[in-house]
Design a protein around this ligand. Structure first.
Ligand code: HEM
Length: 461
């Protein structure tokens, strides 16, 4: 059951239902077909290390900050990316940086990371601002009740097209790619419960709707290849714009001197689109929903924006928006777009008295860690003011919407810039209100989405 309670103006946003204690494997499977969250027990909000046993396999979910640190920061090579992820989305991502491990992954990061470093990020600001203004104008033309997830997905895809390829989403090929991504997203949960349970290969992967997914993946890759090949021609002719695609395609690996070839670049572009627009769209939609439910916080953002700038913001104006930033951080705490990350134990581990066999699924869950009932005060409450009083250790130990360690999200800085800019642009221009009787229920798809959309009433200020 989702839960929405307003007590004295404070707001606890909806949570997914949990699996009842004692429910068996079959029930878990059926619930997972509807919504992965519904297959997980409520005790995960209090557990430090939970074991999930099935007849075939055991998986572990770690919330103990020491264990999370071990897996992500101290010994990441002993907790590589799981094959489960490649099985789930490899048809779209090929061998992109998101799914590879070891030397292959290191080489890819050496080429990609420079494009997202501080100074380069600043260069993406004008394209991001154009996308924010276009989104704001679209919303102005649709005043009334809107499904905000669709709007934010469209806007975040626009950000990616403009920053990566200098192309607005209004161009036909960009729009077609976006629509194919939507079909892919609705057909593919990032982590399939049946994979987590390691059901044998002959058990049909219900719920994945594989054929639909494969067709969408093929279409997306063909469209992205056209973008990449066109860009390669422009680079050769010396006419390429100075955007992220050009930066990545012209960067050589400092160790080997190699660049990405066209096929590798398609793999990387596919993950930028997927990781870069689904996640930002989800974060922005849930944060706007929380603001719609918390008028005091919403008006505080609007006031901060009014004080910070008049007219279109400059890059340096973002620094004048600390509360807006805290609101976005709080949205990412309650609704981390990547709710769980699956790793695999490369060797036997002993943790909190449990013997963990090599090859076990080892899950790190921003969703549970960031709502952990033994770590956070009032963990399920939307309270952007908490960021002014939460101690550093809690943030370090129990806040990781972008993961942590060497595999931390490449786009974290990009996404924070985008989130703050979009919140400021939209809340500065519009007032958002929740639509009674249409509370969204979170579900785990590729990212955290709502079961039937997030409906908000939008009016110009
Ligand atoms: C609010 C927005 C975003 C959130 C919450 C987010 C979150 C994450 C998380 C949790 C991971 C780690 C996944 C894992 O290890 O299993 C990740 C990885 C990644 N993200 Fe993001 N991301 C966001 C936006 C972006 C953007 C805008 C880009 C690029 C344009 C991006 C590119 C990537 C890439 C390439 C990886 C793979 C890194 C690696 O494995 O080495 N992300 N992201």
């Amino acid at each position: 059951m989702s839960r929405v309670t307003d007590q004295g103006g404070r707001f606890t946003p909806p949570m997914p239902e949990s699996r009842p204690e004692g429910a068996g494997v079959i029930s878990m499977w059926h619930r997972a077909r509807r919504n992965l969250f519904a297959a997980l027990p409520a005790k995960l909000y209090r557990a430090w290390l939970a074991e999930m046993r099935t007849p075939f396999y055991s998986s572990y979910l770690a919330n103990d900050p020491t264990l999370v640190r071990t897996a992500l920061q101290e010994r990441p090579m002993d907790f590589p990316k799981s094959e489960i992820i490649r099985a789930a989305i490899g048809d779209l991502l090929g061998r992109s940086v998101f799914v590879t491990n070891g030397a292959e992954w290191q080489r890819q990061r050496r080429i990609i990371d420079p494009a997202f470093e501080g100074g380069k990020l600043r260069a993406t600001f004008p394209a991001m601002l154009d996308a924010a203004e276009a989104a704001s104008d679209r919303l102005a033309s649709r005043e009334g009740v809107v499904e905000i997830e669709y709007e934010t997905a469209h806007a975040a895809a626009d950000v990616i097209f403009r920053t990566l390829f200098s192309v607005p989403i209004t161009e036909a090929a960009a729009e077609r790619t976006f629509q194919a991504f939507r079909r892919y997203q609705s057909a593919a949960p990032m982590v399939n419960m049946q994979d987590l349970m390691r059901l044998p290969g002959w058990v049909p992967r219900v719920g994945r709707r594989r054929r639909l997914q494969r067709r969408a993946a093929r279409e997306i890759r063909a469209l992205l290849l056209e973008f990449v090949e066109a860009r390669a021609r422009e680079i050769a002719a010396g006419t390429a714009p100075d955007d992220l695609a050009t930066k990545i395609m012209t960067t050589t690996d400092p160790e080997t001197g190699e660049r990405f070839d066209a096929a590798e670049m398609v793999d990387q572009v596919a993950i930028f689109f997927l990781a870069g627009h689904e996640t930002s769209a989800s974060a922005l939609a849930w944060t706007l929903y929380c603001l719609a439910r918390d008028p005091e916080a919403q008006e505080a953002v609007a006031a901060e924006v009014r004080d910070a700038f008049d007219g279109p913001p400059a890059f340096s104006d973002l620094r004048k928006l600390p509360f807006t930033r805290d609101v976005f951080r709080e949205g990412l705490r309650l609704y981390p777009p990547v709710p769980m990350m699956v790793r695999e134990t490369a060797r036997a581990e002993q943790m909190r008295g449990k013997e963990i066999r090599p090859g076990s699924a080892f899950i790190l869950s921003p969703w549970h860690l960031q709502r952990h009932e033994r770590i956070w005060d009032e963990p399920h409450l939307f309270d952007p003011w908490r960021w002014g009083r939460t101690d550093k250790a809690t943030v370090r130990d129990a806040y990781m919407p972008f993961s942590a360690g060497p595999r931390v999200c490449t786009g974290a800085g990009f996404a924070m810039q985008e989130g703050v800019l979009f919140l400021a642009s939209l809340v500065g221009r519009f007032r958002f209100a929740a639509v009674e009787g249409r509370e969204p229920v979170p579900m785990a798809q590729l990212t955290v989405r709502s079961q039937e959309g997030i409906w908000l009433e939008v009016r110009r200020r």
